[in-house]
Write a protein of this length. Structure first.
Length: 131
């Protein structure tokens, strides 16, 4: 019997990575990128019938029923606010440490910074934008 991966695996499905230098040098571009990303995610979350064809194209799925099942399964695990819990942050850090051979303790706030995302989320909510 096959079981959904979401029942057994905890991982980051997608992420946005940048440098402190880019945040300082190109903060407006980063804000616009995050704003577009958050809008896209909100559309994906709110409009299943529009998300499924996009999912079919992205994942090269042959039929709508399969894409619909994948979408529904994805809804169980997707980070609805774009962040991940500290427990998962720690899992990602420990795995990365093993892969890179780093032995020192690394706090999640050294790696993960959701402040820019939260700011954009707040701006969009306050503006009244909805998908």
């Amino acid at each position: 019997m096959l079981t959904p991966v979401s029942d057994h695996v905890q991982d980051i499905q997608a992420c946005i990575v940048t440098t402190d230098e880019r945040l300082a040098r190109q903060s407006e571009m980063v804000r616009r990128f995050l704003r577009a990303t958050v809008k896209g995610q909100r559309v994906y979350l709110a409009r299943r019938d529009e998300a499924i064809p996009a999912l079919m194209e992205f994942a090269r799925l042959p039929n709508r029923e399969m894409a619909g099942r994948l979408y529904d399964e994805n809804m169980k695990t997707i980070a609805k606010d774009g962040t991940i819990p500290e427990r998962l942050q720690q899992i990602v850090i420990e795995r990365s440490k093993r892969l890179t051979g780093i032995n020192r303790d690394i706090r999640p706030d050294e790696i993960f910074d959701f402040s820019h995302l939260r700011r954009v989320q707040t701006e969009l909510t306050q503006s009244g934008w909805t998908p």
